[in-house]
Design a protein around this ligand. Sequence first.
Ligand code: BGC
Length: 774
Amino acid sequence: MKKIKVYITVMAVSVLALTSCKSKTTPLLGKSSIEDVIEAMTLEEKVALVVGTGLKFGDSIDKNSPFPIPNQPVPGSLAAKSKVYVSGAVGRTLEIPRLGVNTIEMVDGPAGVSFMSRSTAYPIGTALSSSWDVDLVHKIGECMGNETLEYGLDILLAPAINIHRNPLTGRNFEYFSEDPLLSGKMGAALVNGIQSQGAGTSLKHFVANNQETNRIEVDAIISERALREIYLKGFEIAIKESNPWTLMASYNSVNGNLATENYDLLTKVAREDWGYEGIIMSDWEAGKDPVKQMKTGLNLLMPGPYQDTVLLQAVKDKKLDEKVLDENISWILKGAMKVQKFKDYKYSNKPNLEENASIARSAAAQGMVLLKNENQALPLLDKGQNLALFGNGSYETIVGGSGSGFVMRAGPTVHIIEGLKNQNFNVSKSLEDTYTAYISENTPPTGMIDMTRGRKKRAPEMLLDEKLIQTMANESDLAIITIARISGETADRSIEGNFKLTEVELSNINNVSQAFHAKGKKVVVVLNIGGVIETASWKDLPDSILIAWQPGQEAGNSIADVLSGNVNPSGKLTASFPMKYEDEPSANNFPGTPADNPKHVIYEEGIYVGYRYYNTFGVETSYPFGFGLSYTNFSFGDLSLSSTEFKDELEASITVTNEGELSGKEVVQLYVSAPTGNLEKPVQELKAFAKTKNLAPKESQTITFKIDISSLTSFDAEESAWIAEAGQYIVKIGVSSEDIKAEKSFNLGKDRVVQKVNRALIPQVKINELSAKQ
Ligand code: BGC
C-alpha cells in the first residue's frame, strides 16, 4: 500500500515538473508546433501580427523624406520596434524574436523589383503575355525572383492578373489579357518562376479590380457565371498550378461586399472551392472594418499598423473570437516559414543584372506584335539607309507604366534612337537635334513623389511643319514614327487624346506618310503603348505598324532587334483592338455610375468579354484577339483528333511548317466551340495554346494538345456547378480568333457535372445581362 502511495506521489511530482517545464520553455517557430507558438503569444502580439508594421521604408529614407510618410507606427509599439531589414520594401509583417517569428518583407511589383533603383525593369505584363510563351515568362519570373531574393526581400507583389475588361483601364499594362486561360497560364508561369528561386509572390488584385476610377468605393456587380468563367478563372488556374505564397484582395467591392471583407470570395471560393494554401492579405489599406476582415478570412491587413487597437478591443469586448485571430495567424506563420529570413539565407545584394538585362531585352522582342507589314517595309535589312525618327517616344521611350508597377531601374533606359544607333543605323542628326531641343524646352518639371512613381511629366507631341517633313522625305530613306502612351495606378485613360490618337499625332502620321510615299519611301509606325488604342482610322496610312508595348529598360535595343530582323516578331494580341471605342461590349458600363465618381458598375456584357463578344455577335474588329504577323509565313497540316467520341480525354495534333525564307516562331491557338444546351455559349473559347520552336525555312513541328473534360465545361449558376453539356464540340486551330486554319468535331454523349462548388457571390441587383439567345 505504502509502495503504491509513493509511486503515485512520484508520478504526480514528475507530471507537475513536466508541465511547469513545458510552460517555461518558450516555443520557437520551426522547432515547436505552430499551435504552441500561437499559444505563447500575448494578445498584443497577436493583433500586431495580423496587421503589417506600417510604411517604414528604412531609417535613411524615412528620416530624409521630404514629404510625410503615412501609416507610421506609434512610437514604442511592437510595430515600431519590429526591425526594417531592407530599405525600400513597401510593407512587412511583425517580427517576434522571442518566438523565432521572422518578418516577411514585401516589395512591388509586376515588372520587376520596384523602389530599389538597382534592379531590372522588365517588359510590362501585357508585353510578356503577348509572347504567348509560358517558358519565357517562367524565365522572366526566375530573374525577378532571383533579384528579390538577392536583395534580401521575401515577397514580390506580383503578378497582377485582372482581366482586360475595358481598354481604358489604367493598369491594363500590368495585366495579361482579356482571356482568363491566357491570364491564368501566364500568372502561373510567372509565379512558378519567381518561387523557384526561393522568393514569394502575391497574386493580385482579387478580384474584379478592372478599373482605377474610384477603385476604393466601386461595387462591381457581376453575374455568378461571368465571375466564375471570366474574372475568377485566371486566379483559379494560377492558384491550382502554382500555389502563390500570398493572394492580395482588391480595394473594390464585389456584389455588395468589399473584396477584403468578403466571406464568399475569400473563404468559400479561394479556401474551400480551390483549396488555396497561402496568406490572404489586403491590398494596401483596402477595406473598412478590420474585425469583419478577420472574420471573413482575410489573414493579414497591409500595410498596417493602425488596426491593432480596434482588434484588441474587439477581442476584449467578445466581438472577435481569439480563435479567429489564431486561425489567421497560423496562415501567416506558415508563410513566414517559407521565406529566406526564416532560413537565414545569406543574400548577396548582387544579382546578375547584366545577364538579366539581356534576358529582358530578348523577352521584350518576343512580345512585340507586328500588326501590318506591306511592301516588305520590314525588316530593315539594309543598315546603310538613312532613317528619320519622328515622335517624342523615339527619343524618350516609355519603359513601363506608372504607380506601384513602375520600376526604378538599375541601368539607363535605352531609347529607340539609341537602340538603332547601337545597331549602326544612320539616324537623322538634324531631326534628333530638333526633337532633343523641343523636348527639353517643353517638358514641365516633375515633383519628387511623381518621379518615384514613374509619373515623369512629358512634353506634348510636336506638330511637324511641312518644311521639316519635306526635308526629311528628301534626305532620308524611311520614316519611323513613334506613338507613345503611359498610364498607371489611380487613373483610367480617356477616350479623346489617349485611346484615340491626338489631332497632332494624326496629322503627323498623315503628312509624313504622304511626303515619304510621294518619294517612293516607306513609313513605319512603332506603338510604344501599354494597352489597346484606336487604330482603324489611320492604319491604312503607314506601310508597317509594330506594337513594341512598354518594353522595359532595354526598350530601344529590343525594338531595333525586331525592326532589323535580328528577331522575327512572333507576338500575338492578348486583347481585341476594336474599330471604335463604342464597339467595346463594356463601353456602356464603364466606369460605372455616376460616371465621375462611380459607386457601382454593372457588368452587363456578362461572359461576352473581348473576342467572346466580337466573335459571337459578329462585330468587326480592327485587329482581333490572337493576331500578329511574322516576317515569314506558316502553313498548317490537317488537324487530327484521337477520337470523335469524348471519353476522359482527347488529343488534338497539327503540324506547322515554316513556308518562308526566314526562320520564325508561330503561336498555335486552340479554340473550342461548345454546343448550346441549357446554357448559352460564346461562339468559341481559347482552351489551349502553344508556341513552336524557332522553325528554320521549310522546317515543321507537330504540336499536340490534350483536351480534358474541364475544357468543355460552362458554369451553371443555378446548379453552382461546372457542367459539360452533351452534343457536338468543334476543335479549331487558329492563328487568331478570326483566322481558323483547321477544325474537327467530336461528340460528348451525356451531360456531365464535372464539379460542384459553393454557391457564392450572388448579385443583389438584377443584371440586364447580354445574351446571344434570340
Ligand atoms: C496597389 C498594389 C500594390 C500595393 C503596394 C496598391 O496601391 O494596388 O498593386 O502592390 O499598393 O504598393
